[in-house]
Write a protein that binds this ligand. Structure first.
Ligand code: ADP
Length: 630
């Protein structure tokens, strides 16, 4: 019998496949099962359109048989089958799809691993088998044929015996090598696991004979329970995907157990979003918002992504392109007929489809969160507790590109409401003449609440947002404004606190005290300016900043590894209503050296209140002790 050779390009691909160290070998089974399912589809379709064909739909099935001793794994279907010519053309070359994939890989320097995600079908079986026999009988042909190949030297086709129509794929599984274990593909449990993982929703039963432990039948009631091992057929796949059922047919328990099985979370999800979209692109999706952040969520080990199915067949376990980073916490899956199993066909086309789905998924998640915020505040707060940081980070890390998408999902602690509020809520409560949205940052809500500078805002009833998280202020700065209202740090701006008159008065006072402040600055090289302020109520001094870097940001930036030394431009502000103001004036007139010491103490005191370090603690201690000893 003459051996036929594979086409050149097919040869190269085969070679790559056989020899590449391949992590995703197991997908070969998915490919063969999908082929079998397609073949059954074709026959089933025929029976619908051709009256002469009369088949019982319930007979359709895919069988898997393991013969460990002979190292054989066999996949059999009763689908449409192939005649001699079809065996030759279908399996003789890697279908057009294969060769164009090869071109893609070459042109784009794409990793061979892409095969693992999308497969090139039948040929992937050569990753685990050193010889493959395909025995097939076409539904429309009396003769059966056998195609045999070792993947290297081409293939032969000969007549064969087979009674039933359909196709039998016989894989001769490779021997183990020092590095590679192939025995696993002869293990029942392993095969069952692979079927469950990739082909659970194939719509025909996938049947395999397995060993079951069964209770022996008792002859009488007194007999003890005894078990026996029996071999029996088991349908490995569950066939109907949860997400293909209509929403009102699925119970909450079913959703929850599906979620915990698939995504390994011991807690029920906070929210389930099950949708079916039709239009420019059609897909079913089942999304879950977890109720807590996974332990590795805020580390770089965490991988975002949704499972991607093509018509019930898993093609990718974590398709990262389906989720924007700021929604990386979402778990779930997308199933679309528009995404073909064979990505190889047209990578670019596929890309466009994925993008469309991703856009639509993003919208869905956003509207779900907005609804939750509107209708179930408590749950939303729980959500925000777990993942709010990611949303804020989403704003800050994209330099504002995501502002529109995310701004209404943010929450910050409010000084007046004593709980987290949205920016929309803040703005709706703003006083008529209030121009800005005020915020204060610090280490914790409690500490911010004690900041002297916040005191007068409280007194005037102006709401202040407290920002204790390190990303908060960066987020606010990236947002810049909300509803055309600019954000302002309480320590650098206070225009809404004072009347015009008060402002004028302060200006005059500052002018009069100019020389005093110049003198004080001599003792405080780290300070850019000294001035009187109206911001304080009881406290003598506070710090504020000019420019874009606040004290809190200085702290955060300098704590980062490789952070450059960033310095905020610090201003020491003095309460002009506090007795200390008069004392300073007096000292300027009588004792400049004493003024110098006072300045140092006041400045460091203000630093301590802000939660900052004192530059020279022993100098400060000495100064204070001096006064204590007087
Ligand atoms: P693809 O499935 O992407 O076309 P494959 O290499 O997996 O590529 O298969 C090539 C062709 O061989 C299929 O398109 C189909 O026509 C035929 N084929 C493969 N497996 C079977 C089968 N079990 N029954 C009938 N035809 C099959």
């Amino acid at each position: 019998m003459a051996k036929k050779q594979f086409k050149t390009e097919s040869k190269k691909i085969l070679d790559m496949m056989i020899n590449s160290v391949y992590t995703n070998r197991e997908i070969f089974l998915r490919e063969l099962i999908s082929n079998a399912s397609d073949a059954i589809d074709k026959l089933y379709y025929k029976s619908l359109t051709d009256k002469k064909v009369d088949l019982d739909k319930d007979d359709f099935k895919i069988r898997i048989d393991i013969d460990k001793d002979n190292r054989i794994l066999k996949i059999t279907d009763n689908g449409i089958g192939m005649n001699e010519e079809e065996l030759d053309t279908n399996l003789g070359i890697i279908a057009k799809s294969g060769s164009s994939l090869f071109k893609e890989i070459n042109d784009n320097n794409k990793d061979i691993n892409i095969i693992g995600q999308f497969g090139v079908g039948f040929y992937s079986a050569f990753m685990v088998a050193n010889k493959i026999e395909v025995i097939s009988k076409s539904f429309e042909d009396d003769a059966a044929h056998k195609w045999v190949s070792d993947g290297v030297d081409g293939y032969t086709i000969s007549k064969a015996d087979k009674d039933e129509y359909g196709t039998e794929i016989v894989l001769h599984i490779k021997d183990n090598t020092e590095e590679e274990n192939y025995d696993e593909f002869l293990e029942e449990r392993r095969i069952e696991g692979i079927v469950k993982k990739y082909s659970d929703y194939i719509k025909y039963p996938i049947v395999m004979e397995v060993t079951n432990r069964k209770l022996k039948e008792k002859k009488n009631e007194e007999e003890k329970d005894e078990y026996e091992e029996v071999r029996e057929d088991k349908t490995l796949n569950s066939m109907i995907p949860l997400w293909k059922r209509s929403d009102d047919e699925v119970t909450e328990e079913e959703y929850n157990s599906f979620y915990s099985d698939k995504f390994f979370d011991y807690e029920a999800p906070l929210k389930v979003v099950h949708s079916s979209v039709e239009g420019q692109i059609s897909y079913n999706s089942l999304l879950f918002i977890p109720s807590h952040a996974p332990y590795d969520y805020y580390t770089k080990e965490y991988e975002k992504g949704l499972q991607l199915y093509s018509n019930g067949v898993l093609i990718m376990d974590k398709c990262a392109d389906l989720l924007p980073d700021y929604f990386s916490f979402v778990k779930g899956l997308v199933d679309s007929e528009d995404v073909s199993l064979n990505l190889s066909r047209e990578l670019l086309q596929q890309d466009r489809q994925l993008k469309l789905i991703a856009k639509s998924i993003e919208k869905k998640i956003k509207s779900t969160l907005e609804e939750l915020l509107e209708n179930d505040r408590e749950k939303y707060e729980q959500f925000f507790e777990a993942f709010g940081m990611q949303l804020k980070y989403g704003i800050y890390s994209s330099y504002g590109m995501n502002n529109e998408a995310l701004k209404d999902l943010l929450m910050f602690y409010s000084s007046t409401e004593k709980k987290k509020v949205t920016l929309k809520e803040y703005v709706s409560r703003m006083k008529e003449d209030q121009k800005k949205i005020y915020y204060a940052s610090g280490d914790s809500i409690e500490k911010i609440d004690m900041l002297p500078i916040v005191e007068r805002f409280k007194e005037k009833g102006i709401e202040v947002l407290y920002l204790p998280d390190y990303v908060d202020e960066f987020t606010i700065q990236t947002l810049m404004e909300y509803d055309s209202k600019k954000f302002a740090n309480v320590s650098s701006e206070s225009e809404d606190l004072d009347t015009e008159e008060e402002k004028k008065e302060l200006e005059k006072e500052n002018k009069d005290a100019k020389d005093i402040f110049e003198e004080m600055k001599k003792a405080l090289p780290a300070v850019k300016d000294v001035r009187f302020t109206n911001k304080l109520k009881n406290h003598p001094v506070c710090l504020s900043t000019e420019g874009n870097i606040s004290l809190e940001m200085e702290k955060v930036l300098n704590a980062m590894p490789n952070g450059q030394e960033v310095k905020a431009e610090i201003v020491l502000e003095i309460n002009d209503k506090h007795p200390i103001a008069d004392k300073l004036k007096e000292l300027y007139a009588t004792d400049k050296e004493e003024l110098n010491k006072y300045s140092k103490i006041l400045y460091n005191q203000a630093r301590l209140i802000e939660g900052l370090n004192v530059d020279n603690p022993s100098e400060l201690a000495e100064l204070i002790c001096n006064y204590l000893s007087k």
